[in-house]
Design a protein around this ligand. Structure first.
Ligand code: 0A1
Ligand code: ZN
Length: 887
C-alpha cells in the first residue's frame, strides 16, 4: 500500500511534461522471483523552459543501478524511493538514462505491472502499471518508441512476446536460455506497453488488409485450449474488415497478437499489437460457452482491436480524457455488433445495460461527469459513465450531424491527431469544423453529471392541424454540481398515425433534418405543421439521447405504439413503460401487504408481440423481460425495499407465464431445434426466446414447468440451453435444483470458466439461505481469492446481482461483502474497490437497511489501513452530498 499520496489530481492542474522520452530500450530477464529490468531511456528537455528536476514515477520498485550517459550516477546525484526517482540536477540537454530494477512477479498479487497468471508472465500497465516495472514518466502524453528484449529459460517460457514486430530471436549459446527482441515503430504511452512469457499454445491465421498487406494473426492460450479459439479468431477478422469498411481504418503492424490469461483484473487490454485478454473473452466451445459468452467475446475482441486507432494511434493527453478512447471505442464496438447481429436487439440490450448500470451510478454518490475533473484513484474511473455514457455522447454527435458529417468528422480526427495524445476538446472540434456547428453547449455532456430529465407536454389543434410540443429539461444535482445548465439534446421522433404509418414531420413548415429535434433550453416549444390527425408520439426513437423521458401518454397509446411503431426500440420501450408503471404501483401494494395487481393492457401488448411471427425472436425475448430490479429501484428513487421490488417483479413474470402459458409453450416447442449448435445471432435469438419461455412457464410453479426445465438441463447438447435451464431451476426451491447443481459441478469440475458460472448462479439465488451458502462456498476447494474471475463470480454476483440478499434487512449481506473486501484489499485493491461500489445505492434504501449499510460503510472507512482504491470509493459513497462536496 502506498504511503505518501500526491493525490488528488485535478484536470485544471494539467501541465505538459518538463521532459520527453524519445526511445525506450528494455532488457527484461524473466525469473519467477527476481526478474531484472534494464531500461535505457533517451531523455530530453521538453521545450525551451527553465531547467527542471527529472522526477520519474515508481511503485514498489527496487533500484539496482543507475547510469547517465554510460556513467554511474553518484549517490548524491539522485534520490530513489519505491515510488519515485528524482534527479534534481538533471542536465538541461538530451541524455541517456540507464536504470536497472529487480521485480518479484510471483508475489505481485495486485496484477498490475509484471505478474504471473498461473505460470505465465504477463503485464498490465493501464493506467499506472508501467511504473511497477521501471521508473518512468508514467503519463499518457509521454510517447516513446519501444524496443524490448526478453530473455528466459526455454523450459519456463518457450514463448516470448512484446509489442510491435519481431526483429530477432534465438538461443543463448551454451545455456538453456533463449531471447526475443521486439520493436514497435509507433510512438506510444507507457500504459500500452506489454510483454508476455510462457509455455503457451498458439492458433495462427492471417488477414489481408485493404491495401493488400498481409498481417499475421496469433492467439496464444493455455496448451490444450487451442480448439476453443475459433470464434475469437473469426471475430477478430470480421472486426478488422469492418473497421476498414466503416471507418477506413487499416491495421498497421506485421502481426497482431492476443494472449489469453486466467488472472486479469478487467476484461482485456489493448496493448499495441499484443492484446492481453481475460481468457473468459477468448475461449469458447458450444459445450462450455453460452450465447452470451460468444457475444461477449465478439464484442471485446472488436473493442480491443478498435482501440488500435482510437486509443493507440491517437491516445489521451491525460487520464481525465479517458472517455476519449473508451467512450468512442465502446460506440465503435456497439456499432460493429449492431451490423454483425441485429441493430434493434443491440440497441435495446445496450440501453438496458446503460439504465441498469450507468443510470444507477448517475443517480447515486459515485456520479461523475463523462470527463471527471478530479480523481484520487484513476482505477476507480473505469466506470459505466466513462464507457457507456461516453459512447452515448458520441452517438449523439452522430444524431446531430447525420451519418455523412459524422464520418467526415471522424476522418478529420484520424488525420489531424494521428500520433498524438489528444483531448476531448480536440475530438469535438473536428465535428465542429466539418459541420460548421458551434459545439460549445454540447460540451456540457462531458462536464455535467446526472441523467437529464425531459418532460414533454403535447398539444394538438385539429382545426389548425398543428402539434405543439412544450418541452422542459432539468439536469438533477450530483456530487459537487448543485446547479446545471441545459444540455443540447438530440431527440429523434416520429408522429405515428392511426394506420401505424409515420405522419409527415414538418417543423415550422420545414422537413426535420435526420428526424431529430434539438433541445437547447430549459423550456422550449416545437411546432409541427400539417399534422392531419392526432398522432401517437414516438419520442427519443432509438434512444437518441441518454435521458429520462416523461410524456403524458396513456396505456392505450402505449399499446398502440408497442404494436405499430416502426422504430423497434420504441416498440420495446412502450412495453417497458407499461410494465414500469405497473411494477412501481405493485411494489407499493406489496409493501403494504396487498397482492400485486394484474394489468390487462400490458398482457394484451405482450400477447400481440407474441403473436407477431415476423418479429425477430431475440427482440421478442427482450420484450418478455420486464425492467430489472436495479432499474425499478432507481425509478422509485427513495425508501426502496428490495424484497418488495423482487416480489413485484417475480409476480409480474409469473402472471405473464400464466396468462400466456399456452402461447409460450407453443413458442418453446417451435424455437427448439434438433440442429447442431451454431453461435450465430439468429440461432442465439431463437434460444433466447425459447429459454425466456421456459423460465416464465416455470414461474407458474407448475410441476410441468419445473420438469420441462429439468429435462432441458439433462438433455441439453450445448451450454446455452443447459445453463438457461439451471438458471430457471435456481429460482425454485425444489429437489431438482440441488440435483442439477451437483451434476453441474461434477461435469465441469476441471473447467474454471464453467465453474465460475456454477459459483455465480448460486450467489444470486434470491433466498435467505444464500448468504450461508455463499459463505460456505468461499471455503470450497475450488474457490480462490487470488483469481479475479472467481471473486467476481461469487462475491461480485452476490453483491451486485442479488438485490434481496445483499440488501438483507439484518445487514448480514453488507457485513459479509465488507469483510471480504477488507481481506482482499491488501492483495488486490482494484478488485476490492469494485466490489465495494455495490454499496453505491445505499441512501435510496428504506430506513433499516440504510442504517445497516451506513454502519458497515463507516466501519470500513474507520480501518487504519485502506488502499487508496477502497478508501476513495468508501469516502465518496459516504459523502454527504447535501453539502455538495467536490466529486
Ligand atoms: N483499456 C481497457 C480496460 C482496462 C483498464 C485497466 C486495466 O487494468 C487492470 C485493464 C484493462 C479496455 O477498455 O478494454
Ligand atoms: Zn476500452
Amino acid at each position: 500500500m502506498r504511503t505518501e499520496e500526491p493525490r488528488p489530481v485535478r484536470l485544471e492542474d494539467y501541465r505538459p511534461p518538463d521532459w520527453r522520452i524519445g526511445t525506450v530500450e528494455l532488457d527484461v530477464v524473466l525469473h519467477p522471483t527476481a526478474t531484472t529490468v534494464r531500461a535505457k531511456l533517451s531523455v530530453s528537455p521538453n521545450g525551451a523552459g527553465a531547467p527542471a528536476p527529472l522526477v520519474l514515477d515508481g511503485d514498489e520498485l527496487t533500484l539496482c543501478s543507475i547510469r547517465l550517459d554510460g556513467k554511474p550516477l553518484p549517490a548524491d546525484g539522485f534520490v530513489a524511493t519505491p515510488d519515485r526517482l528524482t534527479i534534481a540536477q538533471a542536465p538541461h540537454r538530451p541524455f541517456d538514462l540507464e536504470i536497472e530494477t529487480v521485480l518479484d512477479p510471483t508475489s505481485n498479487t495486485k496484477l498490475m505491472g509484471l505478474y504471473r497468471a498461473g505460470s505465465t508472465y504477463c503485464t498490465q500497465c493501464e493506467a499506472e502499471g508501467f511504473r511497477r516495472i521501471t521508473y518512468f514518466l508514467d503519463r499518457p502524453d509521454v510517447m516513446a518508441i519501444y524496443t524490448t528484449r526478453i530473455e528466459a529459460e526455454k523450459k519456463d517460457a518457450g514463448v516470448l512476446l512484446a509489442n510491435g514486430n519481431l526483429v530477432a530471436h534465438g538461443d543463448i549459446a551454451g545455456t538453456s536460455r533463449h531471447f526475443a527482441v521486439w520493436h514497435d515503430p509507433f510512438p506510444k504511452p507507457s500504459y500500452l506497453f506489454a510483454l508476455v512469457g510462457g509455455n503457451l499454445g498458439c492458433v495462427k491465421d492471417s488477414f489481408t488488409t485493404m491495401s493488400g498487406r498481409n498481417v499475421a494473426l496469433a492467439i496464444y492460450v493455455e496448451p490444450g485450449k487451442e480448439d476453443r479459439c475459433g470464434y475469437a479468431m473469426d471475430s477478430l477478422k470480421r472486426a478488422m474488415r469492418w473497421d476498414e469498411l466503416t471507418f477506413g481504418r487499416e491495421y498497421d503492424l506485421d502481426i497482431f497478437m492476443i494472449v489469453a490469461v486466467s488472472a486479469f483484473n478487467m476484461g482485456a487490454m489493448e496493448n499495441k499489437g499484443l492484446n492481453v485478454f481475460n481468457d473468459k473473452y477468448v475461449l469458447a466451445s458450444p459445450a462450455t460457452a453460452t450465447d452470451g459468452d460468444y457475444a461477449g467475446i465478439e464484442a471485446v475482441i472488436a473493442h480491443e482491436y478498435f482501440h488500435n486507432w482510437t486509443g493507440d494511434r491517437i491516445t489521451c493527453r491525460d487520464w481525465f480524457q479517458l472517455c476519449l478512447k473508451e467512450g468512442l471505442t465502446v460506440f465503435r464496438d456497439q456499432e460493429f455488433t449492431a451490423d454483425q447481429r441485429s441493430r434493434a436487439v443491440e440497441r435495446i440490450s445496450d440501453v438496458r445495460e446503460l439504465r441498469a448500470s450507468q443510470f444507477v451510478e448517475d443517480a447515486g454518490p459515485l456520479a461523475h461527469p463523462v470527463r471527471p475533473t478530479l480523481y484520487h484513484e484513476i482505477n476507480n474511473f473505469y466506470t459505466a459513465t466513462v464507457y457507456q455514457k461516453g459512447a452515448e455522447v458520441v452517438r449523439m454527435i452522430k444524431a446531430l450531424l447525420g451519418p455523412q458529417a459524422f464520418r467526415a468528422g471522424m476522418d478529420l480526427y484520424f488525420t489531424r491527431h494521428d500520433g498524438q495524445a489528444a483531448t476531448v476538446e480536440q475530438f469535438v472540434q473536428c465535428f465542429a469544423d466539418v459541420s460548421g456547428r458551434d459545439m460549445s453547449q454540447f460540451m456540457r455532456w462531458y462536464s455535467q453529471a446526472g441523467t437529464p430529465e425531459i418532460k414533454v407536454a403535447p398539444h394538438y389543434d385539429s382545426a389548425a392541424r398543428i402539434l405543439r410540443l412544450e418541452i422542459a429539461q432539468i439536469v438533477p444535482p450530483t456530487p459537487g454540481q448543485p446547479n446545471k445548465k441545459p444540455m443540447t439534446v438530440p431527440l429523434a421522433l416520429g408522429l405515428v398515425g392511426r394506420d401505424g404509418d409515420d405522419l409527415p414531420l414538418l417543423l415550422d413548415g420545414r422537413p426535420l433534418p435526420h428526424g431529430v429535434i434539438e433541445l437547447t433550453q430549459s423550456n422550449q416549444s416545437f411546432v409541427f405543421n400539417n399534422v392531419p390527425e392526432h398522432p401517437a408520439l414516438s419520442l427519443n426513437r432509438g434512444f437518441s439521447a441518454p435521458v429520462k423521458l416523461s410524456v403524458p401518454i396513456d396505456a392505450d397509446e402505449l399499446r398502440f405504439l408497442a404494436a405499430h411503431d416502426r422504430d423497434p426500440f420504441n416498440r420495446w420501450q412502450a412495453v417497458q413503460t407499461l410494465a414500469m408503471t405497473l411494477l412501481k404501483s405493485n411494489v407499493a401494494t406489496v409493501r403494504s401487504g396487498g397482492a400485486p395487481r394484474l394489468d390487462q393492457g400490458l398482457m394484451d401488448a405482450l400477447g400481440a408481440i407474441l403473436k407477431d411471427t415476423a418479429l425477430e425472436p431475440a427482440f421478442v425475448a427482450l420484450t418478455l423481460s420486464p425492467p430489472s430490479e436495479a432499474d425499478i429501484a432507481r425509478e422509485i428513487g427513495s425508501d426502496v425495499d428490495p424484497d418488495a421490488v423482487y416480489a413485484a417483479r417475480r409476480a409480474l413474470r409469473a402472471a405473464i407465464g400464466r396468462h400466456h402459458g399456452a402461447r409460450l409453450a407453443e413458442i418453446y416447442a417451435r424455437m427448439t431445434s434438433a440442429d447442431a449448435y451454431r453461435p450465430d445471432a439468429p440461432s442465439a435469438g431463437r434460444r433466447a426466446l425459447k429459454n425466456a419461455c421456459l423460465d416464465l412457464l416455470a414461474l407458474t410453479e407448475s410441476d410441468a414447468g419445473i420438469a420441462r426445465a429439468f429435462d432441458q438441463y439433462r438433455n441439453a447438447d450445448n451450454m446455452t440451453d443447459r445453463m438457461a435451464a439451471l438458471e430457471t431451476l435456481a429460482a425454485h426451491n425444489r429437489p431438482e435444483r440441488a440435483a442439477a447443481f451437483d451434476d453441474f459441478y461434477t461435469r465441469y469440475a476441471d473447467d474454471p470458466l464453467v465453474i465460475d458460472k456454477w459459483f455465480a448462479l448460486q450467489a444470486v439465488i434470491p433466498e435467505p439461505t444464500t448468504l450461508d451458502r455463499v459463505l460456505a462456498l468461499t471455503r470450497h476447494p475450488a474457490f480462490s481469492a487470488a483469481n479475479p474471475n472467481r471473486i467476481r463470480a461469487l462475491i461480485g454476483a452476490f453483491a451486485q446481482a442479488n438485490h434481496t440478499q445483499f440488501n438483507r434487512r439484518d445487514g448480514g449481506g453488507y457485513d459479509f461483502v465488507a469483510n471480504f473486501v477488507l481481506e482482499l484489499d491488501a492483495k488486490n485493491p482494484q478488485v476490492a474497490a469494485r466490489l465495494m461500489s455495490a454499496f453505491r445505492s445505499w441512501r435510496a434504501l428504506e430506513a433499516q437497511r440504510r442504517e445497516r449499510a451506513e454502519t458497515t460503510l463507516r466501519r470500513v472507512a474507520a480501518m487504519p489501513v485502506l488502499s487508496p482504491d477502497v478508501n476513495d470509493i468508501v469516502a465518496r459513497t459516504l459523502a454527504d452530498n447535501s453539502n455538495q462536496p467536490a466529486c
